[in-house]
Design a protein around this ligand. Sequence first.
Ligand SMILES: *Cc1c(COP(=O)(O)O)cnc(C)c1O
Length: 396
Amino acid sequence: MDKLAINGGEPVRDELLTYGKQSIDDDDIQAVVDVLKGDFLTTGPYVKEFENKIAEYVGAKYAVAVSNGTAGLHMACYAAGITEGDEVIVSSLTFAASSNAVLYCGGTPIFADIDPLTYNIDVKDIEKKITDKTKAIIPVDFTGQSVDMDAIKVLAEKHDLVIIEDAAHALGSEYKGEKVGSQADMVEFSFHPVKPITTAEGGIVTTNNEDYYEKMMEFRTHGITRDPDKLKVDHGPWYYEQQTLGYNYRLTDVQSALGTSQLSKLNNFIERRRGIVGMYNKALKDIEEITTPYEAEFSNSGWHIYVIKLNTEKLNVSRKEVFEALYAENIGVNVHYLPVYLHPYYEELGYEKGLCPKAEALYENIITLPLHPNMTNDDVKDVVDAMNKVLDYYRK
Ligand SMILES: *Cc1c(COP(=O)(O)O)cnc(C)c1O
């Protein structure tokens, strides 16, 4: 048996393979340079072009680009009218931004447990948690796998709830043969470097609803309008009015040009991600100590991340030791996510352990393996070799 790197042996590879990474080529760089040489750096023609291209790609009527995905969630919660006293049901296994957006608006996040197969929000648990105060649902397309939106819509219609889909992982993913982005009332995407495409920081919200669209457009820029039909008075051509309290959440033209260039490559990125996932599945699915990802019939994921579950009852150690051993082999593993409400900030708000037992149990055993479009087949082989090396050592 090979000596583990963590015990002083040779690592499987010399350089760290990160779990996620952007893919930037010369076209992307040129697109940014062109904007820098032009007349506008922010809110010029490139923002509108990027919004139009994203809306067209996902099949939605409108898109509002913002400075990051979190701002997009905040904007969508604002447009949905979430305010003090309102409850919003949020997936527990997600990044803190999903529920922070509810707090920004004064609302109360109510965490729903996960489906143990898909790791997405459990629709039955949503139903259990609906009260008179529930105003909206924020389901998350975890890892890129679409939630069962039709089932969630049935509940939303019955109880008059707004659905804000956190699709930060899911640009290019499909639900029942359609791109994610047009099924929910509002759908947020993120363009952070590890996400399906990047604008460095950036995000966008798509919608088919004109009212939400107009609210979001104002919210993104201080609550200011220049629309002559909306002005209370009119002092002249220079005149604009702040009518609500908004923010400066604008995306720049520089970033939008990068986003449009990246979008033209998204389908290639996804094809490569799916290819890597195919290799991982083939190499790992028969290893008893691992449960590989499950994909529901209705989903065709773009695979933002690849999350395995360790069957630790078959190992002499816990997830922590396996994680550390893989890292020492220079495999940049990660963990997505600690159930949000277990963060100290949320515990101080009164949330307690035991709220979502399935998400808590899953958290103990998950590891995210490296996955990004520029990984080579040799990189994939390194991950698989390191996994086998580590499990050979720790299996009971
Ligand atoms: C990345 C991400 C966001 C938004 O992140 P930003 O960094 O603000 O763009 C929101 N929700 C989830 C689940 C995410 O992974």
